[in-house]
Design a protein around this ligand. Sequence first.
Ligand code: SAH
Length: 399
Amino acid sequence: MMTEYPLFPLNPGREYAILQGHPWVFSGAFHRLPPAIPPGAVADVATATGEWVGRGHLNARNSLAFRMLTRDPSERIDEDFYVRRIERAAALRRLLPPEVTGYRLIHAEADYLPGLVVDRYDRWLVAQFSTAGVERQRAVILAALERAIQPTGMLVRDDIRVREREGLSVAGANVVMGHVPETSEIREGAVRYLVDPRIGQKTGFFLDQREKRARIAELAPHFTSLLNGFSYTGGFALAGLAGNPALRTVNVDSSVPALELARRNYTLNGHDPDQHEFHAIDISRYLQSAAEAERRFDIVVLDPPAFAKNMAAKERALRGYESLNSQGARVVASGGLLLTCSCSGAVDYAEFEGAVRLALVRAERVGQLLGIFGPSLDHPTLPGFLEDRYLKALLFRLE
Ligand code: SAH
């Protein structure tokens, strides 16, 4: 078959994963990849016998060489293509409740747009380009976003380390369309949050924890105190307060600016921050002193940053989860809840659960698992795309 894109055959049998819906092909699966092809060019792949398989972005400089864009040979990768993909992603998000005004609009591979993340904060979009493929088509993609979504402003953040793996530079945040305020306000049900899209973590907010925040809001009326470990801007505590305005909350985070924004979020939601606690301190030190003071909390949330970004760091990460969760479990009141999260891509569900199980033994606590949380509507994943399952959360009730 003749197409306008260069065609590269795979070694025999190596089309198997993509035919099953996996979006990646590693360089070793290709018969030959000429180094002259520009990183991120659009290319086609075929079976060893020349049958067309798919079209995607090719970067021969990365061992993760090919990312699938379409399985339709007649589909050109132009602005219209991106508009169609963005509209498809937007259609999925229309299933969210209307009172949710901050969500992930495009979740890369799982929205058939590898390398592209776009988060929506009310009328503003924040985009991240993490592969040479989307970087090469940046202008086309931004034009498509503007056409499909018509935001008030768009910001691009190039401060993500993964860009280096693709040979891209790491830089700051730039407004590329309209105007973007210092902080934008979003709603998640009854809760309002201020988001700093320029220097806030990720694109400004942990949108991927929304369902777990909602679960805490639902359970909060049964309890009186909540410890929000790794609180960032107060997300889980404010969700708890939405369910139970009398809840006593304690936020612990090593970042002073995050806690400052957390206090502003309390005020925004009608809670006096001076009636609650905000500690800019290492969580492990906080938990140790809380245990020594025999302080107990009805709900303990532990949502640390990724401990293992690669396989090599995995063993250390598992020991880290065990130690953190044993410290956390010690301060959970009898009959209280522990919501523990892991966003380490290299640690899978079973391994994480195993580490928490050991932690409970170490803390001499017995618990029941009440909930296992994975992907959510605006952070979809593809069947069999196990590399994508970074976020895991477990909800326990402890005796
Ligand atoms: N639960 C939050 C997101 C947490 S992100 C939400 O739903 O919005 C992880 C947070 O952990 C970051 O804010 C970071 O500043 C903080 N952090 C990282 N290491 C820490 C440590 N050792 N002790 C306390 N906080 C830490």
